[in-house]
Design a protein around this ligand. Sequence first.
Ligand SMILES: [Zn+2]
Length: 175
Amino acid sequence: MKGKYMLMMNPASYRLDKVSTDYKKIEWSDVSAALGMGSLDEFSYHLGRLIFCDDTTSKKIIITLSIQHLINISKKNNWRTNIKIFTRLSELACFEIVYSTPCKYCHDQPINIAECSNCHGSGYIGLKNCSKYKYASIEKRNWNRRWKKRYEELYKKFLESEQKLNSHIQYHFMT
Ligand SMILES: [Zn+2]
C-alpha cells in the first residue's frame, strides 16, 4: 500500500518505493495540508486523501464521483446504466490505485514511461485481470466481453488524477 511509505517519501522526486534515510521525512499531516493548497481538482484531492491519508470519507466521495463519471461515459457511448456494477467498478478502481506498485521496467530507468509496454505508460502495475473480475463479482465471460473495457475507461481517470497528484505533491515539497 502506498500510504505506508508516506514517512519514507523522497520529497525531491516523489518516489514511494525507494527508502533512504538521507531524505527529509514527510508526515502524512504535511501531505494532507499540501493537498488542500493550490488548485487541485476535487477528484484528485480526494484521491490523494485516500492514497496517503487512508481517509474513508474521501473514499466515499471518490466512489460517488466515479459512479457519476461512469454514468457520463455511458450516456456518450449508449451503454446501459447499471449502478450496482458501476459501484463495484468504482470500488475496484479505488482498490487498484491504492495497491498498484511501481513498474520495474520503467521506474527509475532511462526509458520513456509513455512507451513502456509492461505498464502501458502508467508507471504502475495494477491487479491481474482475474483479480479484477473476482473483486467486482462479475462473471469472467461477461467481464471480458463487456466490463473490462468500461473499467479501463474509468481507470484512465484514476491514473490521470494520480499524475496530477504526483506533480502537485512534487511541486509542493520541492519548493
Ligand atoms: Zn512501465
